[in-house]
Design a protein around this ligand. Sequence first.
Ligand code: FAD
Length: 541
Amino acid sequence: MSGRRLDALIIGGGHNGLVCAFYLARAGKAVRVLERRGVVGGAAVTEEFHPGFRNSTASYTVSLLQPKVIRDMTLAERGLRIVERPISNFLPQADGGYLKLGGGLERTQAEFRRFSAHDARVLPDYYAALEGVADVLRDLALKTPPNVGDGLGTLIAAARQGRGLARLRLAGQRDVLDLFTKSARTFLDGWFESEAVKAAFGFDAIVGNFASPDTPGSAYVLLHHVFGEVNGKKGAWGHAIGGMGAITQAMRSACEEVGVAISLDAPVEKVLVEPAAKPGGRGRAVGVRLDSGEELFGAAVIANVGPRLLYDTLIDPSDLAPEFRRRVKGFKVGSGTFRMNVALSELPRFTCLPTPGEHHQSGIILAPTLDYMDRAYIDAKRTGISKQPIVEMLIPSTVDDSLAPPGQHVASLFCQQFAPVLPDGRHWDDEREAAADLILDTVERHAPGFRASVIARQIHSPLDLERKFGLTGGDIMHGAMTLDQLWAARPILGNGAYRGPLAGLYMCGAGTHPGGGVTGAPGHNAAREVLADMRWWRRAG
Ligand SMILES: Cc1cc2nc3c(=O)[nH]c(=O)nc-3n(C[C@H](O)[C@H](O)[C@H](O)COP(=O)(O)OP(=O)(O)OC[C@H]3O[C@@H](n4cnc5c(N)ncnc54)[C@H](O)[C@@H]3O)c2cc1C
């Protein structure tokens, strides 16, 4: 296919690249996906990390994947099965007790009553408030943000998209303001009195967020984690049987069926740019050069990679305006995430609840209070690695027997507050093993004997995440989900509608609206914009 001018070239075969490719090819366009690794899926892949033990390597739990994408790509028909867990979370407490979250409103209320009658009473109102705002987000997820700079069109689009907000009652509008501006702690203090309850909800605020629950704006990250659904159940998180790779392998099959060409082991080295015809004009992205030296040409060049990777390394600085380059440098990345998989000979026995049970099937959060989370962040800011890290452990083999040999298990350890870059010239390659030990010790404190049950481990420091998946600063969302980097300002105000600063250049990854997570939304929306432009090009002759 080399030399032939395609309709679209997509840099990266992450799930958003695949979704974008699917919609373009389904509309009759000739599309080629160029993936650096030997497997599609980006941060949504399953790998065997020890003989007989497979697990999702990076992302590990599903909720945000858009139902429309699941339907359009017929992912269920291609074998994708997402199962819900009996309860969502289990939080061992410092006093030897525990809190369970989920399993239905009444059960959660009964559980909360052990901590605070008040918290149990207000829970339905809390859920209703969160749901009201989450519905607004759900409504915006598949819409293109207005592109600031497009004049009247922007104003009309902004007004249309603001209708969902305007329709909220005053209390709902206050909730929006709170969630978009406040810290998670301030927001949760307004609802609850028990520290355990606040931790159970506040954990979502620091997932993929190198920040304290006291950081203003962290309440929004909490909201971002509840706008999804599993099999129609809003706010729930589930497990994809076979791991996250099952999602992207089904996407790959959908792409191939509509004629997308997928090239693996095909890293892109540079975006090829035709200079502007006039001084001060816009250049045009016309194709890409691969590491192999091969050059490919396409009417649209669509980047699934994050904004920093695209603009800092794949485009020649001389092809971008200095002001734009400066803005890109200011785009915040680095979610402070450390990710491990472990193969286990047996289930962990928690001191607070040693018998096997539904808690083993839930997200086990080792961070009992917001104070603990704040200390972890401050520690990591100062020394790079928190002495008492925040660990979420999922044991997917308790709901999926395809991942480990009978009687044995795999666990995902998703750990937060590990500085993207270590201070004082220290290097992650020298400290990753010690950080992994610290994480295992953290679990061991709650479940004695855990360390001895570890048969093998797979480690991803922030630097490993960058090297393996191309995530700049190891950022799991392609960039911080802060108010200044959301919606029309994701990645940069004026380029928030999937179009880059060069003609023919588009973005379709998590660094665009609505941001990180396995959602498929950026890929879906970007395809719509590319198709709209292609229709316009045809009309314009
Ligand atoms: C550790 C971790 C845990 C997470 N947990 C969850 C979770 O449980 N649930 C959830 O919903 N989300 C989770 N996320 C977030 C989610 O996985 C990502 O936000 C999402 O996968 C991003 O998808 P994407 O398609 O936009 O980009 P990516 O998945 O980053 O895909 C980009 C692709 O581009 C490729 N690429 C990079 N450079 C080049 C190049 N030069 N040439 C060609 N190809 C290139 C990469 O190899 C990659 O395949 C997690 C992420 C991580 C890292």
